[in-house]
Write a protein that binds this ligand. Structure first.
Ligand code: ADP
Ligand code: 5GP
Length: 423
């Protein structure tokens, strides 16, 4: 069974017990590992390069920031620290869980680029206990400790951005707590692919998935936002669940996956998926064009706006009595503008009797290699629903029917159907 690793981020003030608990996790569980950060600070005592940190110069650090090498980076107590992005994603894709012991600013950044990351905040019983632990560690001067206590006040003010809280009093209890969090997170269905036990019920639906191993897949997802002013926008009801489910299906099949998502309610693909956030149809087009080179398959699950306001007003448009109108103009067709040596799957949400004909016409107009037709007028499925159904249509007139199921099930069926056709 495929299982994407969990990205666990343990943060909290210096002296809270992060390192103690992070080591406990890695020592206790199979397939859990630490990420080794890069830092500009000098090695202390017995610290070894490549083991405790990668010790690098300020110039090297700046170059890595420029090259987008880091998943996150921050300045902490006067030095810079950063987590290597590619290494973390590769580990997660190979099923390893990765534990980060980083500062609070870094943890918050990680959540932005990897929304499925699990953020744990660690704090002793009170300020005095923290002070005592910092002194007891015998590694810092009184002045350094004073600075760390001041930083702790800021860090605690960011507590609400975390998923879990551990009050680190008795060490045994805290170790038990972090084990519980880790175990529960690893049992989550999201990130687990489609379990073997479940595949056994409809094995033929999943045949073809194996053909995506080692391939590159680019998935677009969610709605777009076309801004009217700095507050209001035009958008649609797409939740992003179908796109996230497709990203998970191709990842589980062994592909390297990038998800370009508009501001969707669901935007938490497994950590091994590279997530790119965009806003408008124009942003989405740019992001996809930048990333489509080398891709084997482009999946256009996003509900891209067909129209955008002609001008965006700055600030917030004042209320006034009576009617108002907003001039709209059509946006550029994203899929039709994408050129390259890759296959494309379009999505068509259609209503009424002529649904199939319109989906086929859309496939032709956009030059797509397949289209997934789902119906907007059938009860309990489609947009804002967790359930979907439909059929994958091909230019030769053939069709593969995808029976009703969770969007995750439908996503695996679509990925398998394309694997059978395109291999
Ligand atoms: P951090 O990584 O957050 O800076 P450490 O894990 O280095 O914190 O812990 C700070 C100090 O407190 C260490 O000396 C550690 O052994 C000690 N410590 C950690 N957890 C506890 C606990 N529950 N009870 C007592 N001492 C603890
Ligand atoms: P130290 O220099 O004592 O090893 O670490 C100082 C602080 O930097 C700790 O709070 C530690 O968690 C944090 N830190 C270590 N590596 C990283 C990293 O890669 N990113 C961020 N943001 N913080 C880090």
């Amino acid at each position: 069974m495929f299982s994407s690793g969990t990205l666990m981020v343990i943060a909290g003030p210096s002296g809270a017990g992060k390192t103690t608990l992070a080591h406990h996790l890695v020592d206790t569980f199979d397939r859990a590992t630490f990420s080794v950060s890069a830092t500009t600070r000098a090695p202390r005592g017995e610290e070894a390069d490549g083991e405790d940190y990668f010790f690098i110069s300020h110039d090297e650090f700046a170059q890595k920031v420029e090259d987008s090498f880091f998943l996150e980076w921050a300045e902490v107590h006067g030095n810079r620290y950063g987590t290597p992005g590619k290494w973390v994603r590769e580990k997660l894709a190979s099923g390893y869980s990765v534990v980060l012991d980083i500062d609070v600013q870094g943890a918050i950044q990680v959540k932005k680029s990897v929304p499925s990351a699990v953020l744990v905040f660690v704090l002793p019983r009170g300020r005095n206990v923290l002070l005592k632990r910092l002194r007891g560690r015998n590694t810092d001067s009184e002045k350094t400790i004073e600075g760390r206590m001041e930083a702790a006040d800021w860090e605690v003010s960011r507590l609400g951005a975390f998923d879990y809280f551990i009050q680190n009093c008795g060490l045994e209890q805290s170790q038990h707590d972090i084990e519980t969090i880790f175990t529960a997170e690893r049992m989550k269905l999201s990130g687990m692919g489609w379990p073997d036990a479940a595949i056994e019920f409809v094995p033929e639906k999943f045949t073809g998935l194996e053909n995506w191993k080692g391939k590159q897949v680019l998935v677009s997802s969610g709605p777009t936002r076309e801004m009217i002013d700095d507050v209001r926008f035009i958008s649609n009801r797409s939740s992003g669940l179908m796109g996230v489910s497709l990203a998970e299906a191709f990842l589980a099949a062994g592909a390297e996956v990038t998800l370009v998502s508009g501001p969707a309610a669901v935007m938490n693909p497994p950590g091994a998926v590279e997530l790119v956030r965009v806003q408008s149809a124009a942003d989405m087009k740019r992001a996809l064009q930048e990333r489509c080179r080398g891709t084997d398959l482009l999946v256009m699950a996003a509900a891209v706006s067909d129209y955008a306001p002609e001008t965006r007003l700055s600030g917030k448009l004042k209320r006034s009595e009576g009617k108002m109108s907003i001039a709209l103009s059509s946006t550029e067709d994203v899929l039709a503008s994408m050129k390259g040596n890759f296959r494309t799957l379009a999505f068509a949400l259609e209503y009424g009797d002529e649904a199939r004909g319109r989906a086929e016409a859309k496939m032709e107009r956009k030059g797509a290699d397949a289209v997934f037709l789902n119906r907007g007028d059938l009860p309990g499925q489609g947009m804002e629903s967790s359930v979907n159904a439909g059929s994958v249509l091909f230019p030769d007139g053939s069709e593969i029917i995808v029976p009703a199921g969770s969007k995750k099930f439908v996503a695996f069926c679509i990925a398998a159907a394309l694997g059978r056709r395109f291999s």
